[in-house]
Design a protein around this ligand. Structure first.
Ligand SMILES: *[C@@H]1O[C@H](CO)[C@@H](O)[C@H](O)[C@H]1NC(C)=O
Ligand SMILES: *[C@@H]1O[C@H](CO)[C@@H](O)[C@H](O)[C@H]1NC(C)=O
Length: 220
C-alpha cells in the first residue's frame, strides 16, 4: 500500500471512531445542578440558576464507610447508589458511585445498566463476578476477585456478583458511567412485573411448563 493510502486509511479510522459518541450528553458549561422543583421535563434535569448553586449541591454525607443491612432481603446484598437523584450537582456529569454490601453467600443478582459501563473494586472479602455477551454468542466471562482486584462490566450487558464465602461478608465500590445508569434486574422484570407477564409467554420463552412459571412468579 502506498504511504498516502495509509494516511487515508488512518484518517478514515480516526473519523469513524470520532463518530462513536458516548450516551450521556457532556456538559456545555461548568455544571448544571439539577433543579428538582422544576415541572419542565427534559432528557435529564433542567439546570438551576448558577447564582443559586451551593457547595451542598455537590455534596452528600453518604456514610459510604458504613456497612449496610444485607439481611432484610432474600438475595443478601444491598446497593447504595449515589446518582443524580442523591447529588443534584451530578447532573450532566455522566458518572455515579455505588457501595455494594454482600452477606456471606450474598448475591447482587443478574442485572443490566442500560446507560452505563461499570468498574468495580473489592474492598472487603472476595467476589465471584461475571457478565454474558449479547446474542448469538452469549459467552459467559467470569472471575474470582480478591480484595483490591478490579473488574469491568460493559454497558448494557447482564452481570452479577456473588460472595462465595459462607462465613464472611464482602464489600465492593463501583464507578458507573452515567449520572442515572438505570438498573434492570432480570428476575424481577421477567417474573416480578406488575401485572405479571402471561405464563403462556414465559413457559414458551423458558421452555418449561406453566406450573413452573407460576411457581417462580409466586416468589416475587
Ligand atoms: C430536591 O433536592 C433537595 C436538595 O438538593 C432536597 O432537599 C429535596 O428534598 C429535593 N426535592 C425533591 C422533590 O426531590
Ligand atoms: C440497605 O441497608 C439500609 C441500612 O443499612 C436499609 O435501610 C435498607 O433498607 C437496605 N436496603 C435493602 C434493599 O436491603
Amino acid at each position: 500500500m502506498a504511504p498516502s493510502s495509509y494516511f487515508l486509511l488512518i484518517a478514515l479510522l480516526a473519523l469513524a471512531s470520532w463518530h462513536a459518541v458516548a450516551f450521556d450528553p457532556s456538559p456545555l458549561q461548568d455544571f448544571c445542578v439539577a433543579d428538582n422543583s422544576s415541572r419542565v421535563l427534559v432528557n435529564g434535569f433542567v439546570c438551576k440558576d448558577s447564582k443559586d448553586v451551593k457547595a451542598e449541591d455537590f455534596f452528600l454525607a453518604a456514610k459510604l464507610d458504613m456497612p449496610r443491612d444485607t439481611k432484610i432481603n432474600k438475595v443478601g446484598s444491598n446497593v447504595t447508589l449515589i446518582n443524580v437523584m442523591r447529588i443534584p450537582g451530578l447532573n450532566t456529569f455522566g458518572i455515579s458511585l455505588a457501595r455494594v454490601d454482600y452477606a456471606p453467600l450474598g448475591l447482587n443478582p443478574p442485572h443490566t445498566h442500560p446507560r452505563a459501563t461499570e468498574m468495580l473494586t473489592v474492598v472487603e472479602g472476595t467476589l465471584y463476578a461475571g457478565f454474558i455477551t449479547s446474542n448469538p454468542d452469549n459467552k459467559f466471562l467470569s472471575k474470582l476477585l480478591n480484595k483490591g482486584d478490579v473488574f469491568v462490566f460493559p454497558k448494557g450487558l447482564v452481570h452479577f456478583q456473588f460472595n462465595p464465602n459462607p462465613y464472611k461478608p464482602a464489600v465492593a465500590i463501583s464507578g458507573i458511567s452515567s449520572q442515572n445508569p438505570g438498573i434492570i434486574t432480570i428476575a424481577n422484570v421477567v417474573f416480578g412485573s406488575k401485572p405479571t407477564i402471561s405464563d403462556d409467554v414465559l413457559a414458551k420463552a423458558f421452555q418449561v411448563d406453566k406450573k413452573t412459571v407460576d411457581w417462580i412468579q409466586a416468589q416475587f
